[in-house]
Design a protein around this ligand. Structure first.
Ligand code: S3P
Length: 442
């Protein structure tokens, strides 16, 4: 079936990328800043919020549950919270659009409030597994009825007071960790998440920043024990959201692979639980310099100067995967242009993102002439050694913003244009992606 509303877009061989850009705010931090502000008593202020569709879905849901959320003309967001325990019953289903983070974290919040909420989403989100959050939240007492396979649409009937839980994460997922911690916010006593493999720690940092009693203890085996005391009182905050490293990733790789490029990306969040891509690209020979390293909103940031480089293929250590879990699609593009072989393993989680990112990237890269083999848990890619890819194909983006942007970058180093069947999903996380790209091509 052809989607009548799709907006195809072609990307072709580029002039050198030159200049300085600032990328939009971090998606993970933006979601959390709205959620926690909406649970604080009083007015919080958020600057640099990502105004992508995913974050706007979170804002709409928090409004539907009682928070007052406004954007001022100067771009600052003002949020009046309802207090932990104060979420109201939403009158209509919460539309999560494409956003897994909104869905899973908000399911956690609803689970320990005396309200019922129905969650719906687009075709991509409705195919994603929610069992991973349903399991722990049901153990805390929430009553959840989901569509077959533990999918959306689903309904969460919260329980208050909920039952505190000690939960060992069965997979490396910051969303599952955060869902349990957020449910713990309104649960009497201590809720614990045991995390054998560290994942992004924005929830922990921000919960503490808002005044929740939260401790993190790392045992001798490296496993993290995160404990939160419930029935917390959150104090309103002023937050500055740093730039999203997952959005910067597309311009980092674009500057590395487009010959003659020299780009500075300002204000990139470099929390160690997010910065894996920079490390891997540097190990591949990427010329990336960190300038003016500093702290913004309790998170490490720097400006990144990135120059065209002759990349070399490597075996990527699977241990780095959680710290660059959203960056593999664009890393695969870099690998397709590197000299020699890049091998990735341990990436089964990529199969349950906005699309099956291993299958979709393998198919798309093959279609534009790259040499790729797909294994159960990774891709093996033999690069061109810097020569342009043949290109000349239309790529199915599968409603996955990161697939669309990855192939847009591939188009910049292809002999024939690469067409994305629908560019619209880019607006979920990076509304001004094309504008920034055009600015670097002048
Ligand atoms: C996110 C966690 C990751 C990531 C997603 C955002 C978050 O998902 O892929 O884009 O904000 O917590 P998982 O926790 O499912 O790995």
């Amino acid at each position: 079936m052809t989607d009548q509303t799709a907006t195809p877009r072609s990307f072709s061989a580029s002039v050198p990328l030159k200049g300085r850009i600032a990328i939009p705010g971090d998606k993970s931090i933006s979601h959390r800043s709205l959620m926690l502000s909406a649970l604080a008593v009083g007015e919080s202020r958020v600057a640099g919020l990502l105004e992508g569709h995913d974050v706007l879905a979170t804002a709409a849901a928090m409004r539907a549950m009682g928070a007052t959320i406004e954007r001022r003309d100067d771009g600052e967001w003002r949020i009046h919270g309802v207090g932990v325990g104060g979420l109201l019953q939403p009158r209509e289903a919460l539309d999560m659009g494409n956003s897994g983070t909104s869905t899973r974290l908000l399911m956690g919040l609803v689970a320990s409030h005396p309200i019922t909420a129905t969650f719906v989403g687009d075709a991509s989100l409705s195919g994603r597994p929610m069992g991973r959050v349903i399991d722990p939240l049901a153990q805390m007492g929430a009553d959840i009825s989901a569509s077959p396979g533990g999918r959306l649409p689903l309904m969460v009937r919260g329980l208050a007071p909920a039952i505190p839980l000690s939960y060992r994460l069965p997979m490396a997922s910051a969303q599952v960790k955060s869902a349990v911690l957020l449910a713990g916010l309104n649960t009497p006593g201590i809720t614990e998440v045991i995390e054998p493999v560290p994942t992004r720690d924005h929830s922990e940092r921000m919960l503490r920043g808002f005044g929740a009693e939260l401790t993190v203890e790392t045992d001798s085996g490296g496993t993290r024990h995160i404990r939160i005391r419930g029935e917390a009182e959150l104090r309103p905050q002023t937050i500055v959201v740093p730039g999203d490293p997952s959005s910067a990733a597309f311009f980092i790789v674009a500057a590395l692979v487009v010959p003659g490029s020299d780009v500075t990306i300002a204000n990139v969040g470099l929390n160690p639980t997010r910065a894996g891509l920079v490390e891997v690209l540097q190990a591949m020979g990427g010329n990336i310099t960190l300038l003016d390293a500093r702290e913004v909103g309790g998170e490490p940031v720097a400006d990144l100067r990135v120059r065209h480089s002759n990349l070399k293929g490597i075996a990527v250590d699977p241990a780095v995967a959680p710290s660059m879990i959203d960056e593999f699609p664009i890393l695969f593009v870099a690998a397709a242009l590197a000299e020699g072989r890049t091998v990735t393993t341990g990436l089964d989680e990529l199969r349950v993102k906005e699309s099956d990112r291993l299958a979709v990237m393998a198919a798309g890269l093959k279609a534009i002439g790259a040499r790729v083999e797909e294994s159960e848990d990774g891709l093996v890619i033999d690069g061109t050694g810097g020569d342009p890819l043949p290109g000349g194909a239309t790529i199915a983006g599968h409603l996955d913003h990161r697939i669309c942007m990855s192939f847009a970058v591939a188009g910049l180093v292809s002999k024939a244009p690469v067409t994305i069947d629908d560019i619209a999903p880019v607006a979920t996380s990076f509304p001004n992606f094309e504008t920034l790209l055009a600015g670097l091509q002048q």
